[in-house]
Design a protein around this ligand. Structure first.
Ligand SMILES: *Cc1c(COP(=O)(O)O)cnc(C)c1O
Ligand SMILES: [Zn+2]
Length: 421
């Protein structure tokens, strides 16, 4: 067998073709590949980027030999990935770094990086013969699951914290045909419920404890490294909620390094909102304990108090000599307004990266001469309400001018605006 599910703690191994999310010891599982990347395979990957035919149009499945070996007919691909890298001098100046890039995962089909994991998890659900797929979600996982389940002809059931999912994400999840359980409780509660339900009912669970999700999300990093011609940046900065991405990034880097694709390891900086900062607290305590909090933040995508991927993510930070930082809601929303006004745009959680990076530069942890890449995890339209909210949307609302339908009023307004310019 070329792929095995292996416990991240006790190293017990399991067959990937049987449904299982955790080890008998209770820890998470990781899909391990028995072979690395030969020169011939690396050349194939390079060739596919140029041609982009069929499955190679997916930035996930272009790396399929080390993501999941599945028959092509089983693969449920939108396609996804091949997101772009942006450089904006104004944002570099704000962070205090001249070599700063943004990889925009909001350019995925449903507007967040979740599609990268979902294409693999739903493919696996199909191979395992499951008819119902389920997740708990702060909104983006549910939107992504709904889309891929629709494509695969599976029934999607999503557990959402009632009243805490943005209008854009809820509408999208419903549009693709998912059934929603609006749980009176937070995300952490919803996740407990869906884990229990999947154990009892056989619904296939696609939260980021699912090791196949992690395999798909690895390709954010591999694609980024390929974009940089496999010259690793000094830092990769990511928002951190349930820590699936932080875990996936560690695995992607560990494998790329072990397989000789890169010759140095970038350091991973995971950034949390200060109202949802259990991982930051664990980090400042030297990872001696796993902390839990009751989460509250404007960045709903990372409003998570008890991240399930804690162990795997700790390994990422330790192995890459990484750091964990926190930013306040005001700090992240200020960074978001700059990202939005640079024309790039992102959802609130994504902006933690820029706000956190600026802090790390100020603290002298990141040097101004280093190269950093921030991962923007979601699209600006994912949270339309915050953009005009009382707390954070006043500046935007002030640029709506309601006028009488006369050319005099138009001339007057344009005259005023030309003075501003
Ligand atoms: C899911 C999500 C996150 C958090 O990712 P984790 O893997 O749970 O840490 C951050 N930003 C956005 C936009 C998301 O959808
Ligand atoms: Zn184990």
């Amino acid at each position: 067998m070329t792929e095995t599910l292996k416990c991240v703690r006790c190293e017990a191994t399991y067959d990937p073709q049987k449904i299982r999310y955790t080890c008998d010891c209770g820890s998470l599982l990781s899909l391990e590949h028995s072979e690395g990347v030969s020169a011939a395979l690396a050349a194939t990957w390079k060739e596919r980027r140029r041609e982009r035919r069929g499955l190679d149009q997916s930035g996930v499945w272009t790396f399929r030999e080390r993501v999941l070996s599945a028959p092509e007919s089983d693969i449920v691909s939108h396609p996804e990935g091949y997101t772009r890298l942006y450089e904006r001098a104004s944002l570099g100046a704000f962070a205090g770094l001249s070599d700063l890039w943004f990889k925009h995962e909001g350019e995925n089909p449903t507007g967040s990086f979740k599609d990268r994991g979902m294409t693999v998890a739903v493919t696996q659900a199909k191979r395992l013969g499951c008819k119902i797929v389920a997740c708990a979600s702060t909104g983006n996982t549910s939107a992504s699951l709904a889309a891929y389940a629709a494509q695969a002809g599976l029934t999607a059931v999503v557990f959402l914290p009632d009243g805490k999912v943005t209008s854009g994400k809820l509408a999208q999840t419903l549009a693709y045909g998912a059934h929603c359980l609006a749980v009176r409780g937070d995300f952490d509660k919803a996740l407990k419920l869906v884990r229990e339900a999947s154990d009892k009912s056989g619904a296939y669970l696609v939260n980021s404890i699912n090791p196949f999700r992690i395999e798909g999300q690895k390709t954010i990093i591999w694609e980024l490294l390929a974009d940089l011609e496999w010259k690793a940046p000094d830092w990769i900065v990511v928002p951190a909620g349930n820590l699936g991405n932080t875990s996936a990034f560690g695995k992607a880097l560990r494998e790329a390094h072990a397989w000789g694709l890169i010759d140095k390891l970038p350091r991973v900086a995971a950034i949390q909102a200060s109202g949802a900062n259990p991982f930051f607290q664990s980090f400042t305590g030297g990872f001696k304990e796993q902390k839990k909090v009751t989460a509250e933040t404007v960045a709903t995508a990372i409003r998570i108090g008890d991240p399930v991927n804690h162990a795997r993510a700790t390994e990422t930070i330790t192995h890459t000599r990484g750091v964990v930082e926190e930013v306040t809601d005001d700090e992240l929303m200020h960074a978001k307004s700059l990202i939005d006004q640079s024309g790039v745009g992102c959802e609130p959680a994504s902006a933690c990266t820029l706000a956190g990076l600026r802090k790390l530069v100020q603290k002298g942890i990141v040097s101004p001469s280093e190269r950093a890449v921030c991962i923007l995890t979601g699209h600006v339209l994912k949270d339309p309400d915050v953009l005009t909210s009382d707390k954070y949307g006043k500046g935007n609302r002030a640029r709506i001018y309601t006028i009488d339908a006369t050319s005099e009023e138009v001339a007057k307004r344009l005259g005023e605006l030309s003075k501003l310019g």
